[in-house]
Ligand binder design. Structure first.
Ligand SMILES: Cc1cc2nc3c(=O)[nH]c(=O)nc-3n(C[C@H](O)[C@H](O)[C@H](O)COP(=O)(O)OP(=O)(O)OC[C@H]3O[C@@H](n4cnc5c(N)ncnc54)[C@H](O)[C@@H]3O)c2cc1C
Ligand code: SF4
Length: 332
């Protein structure tokens, strides 16, 4: 690991200003992703701004919904009574990720900002446009089993690894940020980027902006009774999603009044399957409708040499997630 300077901030604006001191500066929260990347020399910040002392740990009711502090730990978020009661999809998604120890350290802000798990991103001997712009993409002609089906470019076919973010995309969460020019909000579905020609840029967060919180909107709690996060992976724990589905339904007399479907493991950002949602709305969740929704969701999928299996896997995962969501809510 390369030497770096360290600043501990106790106030948000001071953290933002400290970040401006060096163009390579990074915030550090739980450190569960950043420290690994620094040890591997993939990230080489000369200056770390520790934000763990900022008062951003609260989880509280806000405008009829719930505000999650950026520094609330993933485990505290998943187990919080407001989240479990009104947004069980978020609890389920967080608990499907990492391990108990990691979730105790990992923060909500860090979860949004975690970097891809593409093997070639971590392998300094291989080209990777995300790690070193212009060097090429090792995955395009390489072993691309875990890679994207949607929204990829000829520069990068990586996927976003977060589980929590898939639930946040389904629920139309809003990200609160603070920069040197003030505060703003970013709709969750605009927060992460597709790779395009600049795969090194993962999000639309500006360089000096700090995530301060995530709002779960009031409207999202109508899905509490009928939602499910399904994660399909190679091992039962400590594995990222090959495909995951966040399904949330509002049912009225057995008919779907509102539907939200988001997928993980299939794109550079959590992927909203709006075509599937359109198929579901106004129908009963029977097998024919669910299969049509799954077909609609995967229609635009583009596979590479080793990930074709994820198209059928995705369809089956969608059918299963919605089937479970349509039943009575189980304990989280
Ligand atoms: C073995 C292992 C298995 C894992 N499995 C899963 C899994 O199955 N599913 C899953 O979703 N995740 C998984 N993770 C990832 C884990 O969830 C993330 O590492 C964690 O959420 C990152 O949070 P952190 O607070 O530790 O971030 P850090 O490592 O501290 O920071 C990560 C990035 O976020 C930036 N950052 C942090 N906070 C802020 C903020 N408030 N504003 C702006 N930028 C910020 C940092 O500058 C850094 O670039 C796994 C991690 C490990 C090590
Ligand atoms: S898919 Fe993206 S992250 Fe993976 S090697 Fe290619 S450019 Fe790098």
């Amino acid at each position: 690991m390369k030497p770096f300077a360290y600043t501990r901030a106790t106030e948000s604006q001071a953290a933002v200003q400290a970040l401006l001191r060096d163009e390579t500066s990074k915030f550090i929260a739980g450190g569960t992703n950043l420290i690994d990347l620094m040890k591997e020399d993939i990230e080489q910040p000369r200056h770390l701004v520790d934000i763990n002392r900022l008062e951003l740990t609260r989880i509280e009711q806000y405008q009829g919904g719930v505000r999650l502090g950026a520094l609330a730990r993933n485990s505290d978020t998943a187990n919080h009574h407001l989240v479990r009661q009104h947004y069980p999809l978020v609890s389920q998604a967080i608990l499907a990720g990492a391990s108990a120890q990691l979730r105790n350290a990992a923060t909500n802000g860090g979860n949004l900002m975690q970097r891809t798990r593409c093997y070639y991103f971590y392998d300094l001997a291989m080209p990777c446009n995300k790690r070193e712009p212009g060097s090429g993409c090792g995955a395009l002609e390489g072993f691309n089993r875990i890679h994207a089906l949607f929204g990829a470019s000829d520069q990068c076919i990586a996927t976003h690894p977060s589980d929590m973010c898939v639930a946040l995309a389904a629920l139309d969460a809003v990200v609160n940020v603070e920069g040197s020019k003030g505060k703003r909000t970013i709709p969750f579905n605009d927060f992460h980027r597709l790779p395009g020609d600049t795969p090194q840029v993962d999000t639309n967060l500006q360089r000096n902006e700090l995530i301060t919180g995530i709002d779960l909107p009031a409207g999202g709690s109508v899905f509490a009774a009928h939602s499910h996060y399904l994660k399909v992976r190679d091992r039962a724990s400590y594995a990222f999603a090959l495909v995951s589905v966040a399904a949330a339904l509002e049912l009225q007399n057995g008919t779907i009044k509102q539907a939200r479907i988001a997928m993980g493991g299939v794109a550079h950002k959590p992927w909203r399957a709006r075509e599937a949602e359109a198929v579901l709305i106004g129908n009963r969740p029977d097998e024919r409708v669910l299969r049509s929704a799954a077909e609609a969701a995967m229609q635009g999928a583009r596979a590479y040499q080793h990930n074709r299996f994820k198209i059928e896997l995705g369809k089956r995962a969608i059918v299963r997630a919605i089937t479970i969501a349509a039943g009575e809510r189980g304990a989280v």
